[in-house]
Design a protein around this ligand. Structure first.
Ligand SMILES: O=P(O)(O)O[C@H]1O[C@H](CO)[C@@H](O)[C@H]1O
Ligand SMILES: O=c1cc[nH]c(=O)[nH]1
Length: 252
């Protein structure tokens, strides 16, 4: 039976089912990964913008490429259904905003763990439940980045529910009024050695612990919040491609 949101079933995998997914927030990124890095690509579904592709790495290994959508609620639905079709290893390939002066646009961040300020995660585990990445996948990502000479930072990510208020954006936001508890939160996270903001990793990593699958996250740095709130569009594709290369090579 087809899973309602992802739009495909286990039987769509054929005789050699994948156990690993490359998961990104954008359907366009999923299509790019499948078309650029995989062979024998088959589109499985495009329902609700949650595009999924099946293909093979050059070594022959079957791989699923899927789209989480933006935010933890959407991701939680997609991840639950991917587990139901047999996926056991998840690598999120995302974008993020740096909150540390030494983590520049053009580099990538591998999340060792995540501070999870996300409503969806509270439905899955208590707030104090750790959001930790799989150590083997994580080391493979960092080692691959080192071999490819791609600037890479390993550390703690802040996963939040909103791009504007939750990441303390006021200049580029329609809402200039931040709730008092959010004022100064980025500086506070900087003091706590948190590297970056994004919107899915924490819930993915908590789900990994609860459901019993392996998960890791690599994000392209597309904003430098110590300088500006805005996304550096000119560098985005190139930086995202670095994150994709690292993820693909780490499982090849
Ligand atoms: O580029 P993706 O994977 O969507 O990740 C980041 O980009 C979106 C916000 O622009 C959020 O989903 C955030 O986590
Ligand atoms: O600043 C950023 C950039 C990408 N994604 C985010 O969630 N925040």
């Amino acid at each position: 039976m087809k899973l309602y949101h992802i739009g495909f079933s286990k039987s769509d995998f054929g005789v050699d089912p994948p156990d690993t997914v490359l998961l990104s927030g954008e359907p366009e990124r999923s299509q790019y990964i499948a078309r650029t890095y995989l062979q024998n690509v088959k589109l499985l579904s495009k329902y609700r913008g949650l595009d999924s592709y099946l293909g093979n790495l050059p070594c022959g290994k079957p791989i699923l490429v899927a789209t989480s959508g933006m935010g933890a609620s959407s991701l939680s639905i997609v991840v639950n259904e991917l587990v139901q079709v047999g996926i056991k290893r998840f690598i999120r390939i995302g974008t993020c905003g740096s909150i540390q002066p030494n983590v520049g646009v053009g580099s990538i961040v591998v999340s060792q763990a995540a501070l999870t300020r996300q409503g969806a995660a509270l439905d899955i585990a208590p707030p104090e439940y750790p959001a930790v990445a799989d150590p083997y996948l994580t080391v493979a990502l960092v080692e691959t980045a080192r071999k490819l000479k791609i600037p890479c930072h390993l550390g703690i990510t802040a996963s939040v529910d909103t791009f504007y208020e939750g990441q303390e954006r006021t200049e580029s936001s329609a809402n200039t009024h931040l709730q008092p508890w959010l004022k100064g939160i980025t500086a506070s996270y900087r003091q706590l050695n948190i590297l970056n903001y994004e919107m899915e990793a924490g819930t993915l990593l908590k789900m990994a612990g609860v459901y019993g699958f392996a998960a890791a996250c690599v994000c392209a740095v597309v904003a430098q919040r110590t300088v500006s709130e805005t996304i550096v569009i000119a560098d985005k594709d190139d930086t995202v491609n670095k994150a994709i290369k690292v993820a693909v090579k780490s499982i090849s």
